[in-house]
Design a protein around this ligand. Structure first.
Ligand code: FES
Length: 75
């Protein structure tokens, strides 16, 4: 493993609270708060928080938080 791997890991460890969406610096808590405030679809969450509006890498994590918070069974 090269040293850049460890640098990325260390940077992630330093990010508190943990950012679900790195592109737009959106934390898990911000996403949960948005869901609890009625943004109960991915599109509404994206509009409200900006999460998943960049590279899209976080979309799976955002969907997972949405499903967990709304207690939707996973398909
Ligand atoms: S990490 Fe969320 S859009 Fe890129």
């Amino acid at each position: 493993m090269d040293s850049s791997f460890f640098s990325q890991v260390d940077l992630c460890q330093l990010m508190r609270p943990r950012k679900v969406c790195v592109c737009n610096q959106v934390s898990e808590e911000e996403i949960l708060t948005s869901i609890r405030n009625g943004h109960d679809t991915l599109e509404k969450l994206m509009d409200d928080t900006g999460a998943s509006t960049g590279c899209g890498t976080c979309m799976g994590s955002v969907r997972k938080l949405l499903a967990q918070e709304l207690k939707v069974p996973r398909a």
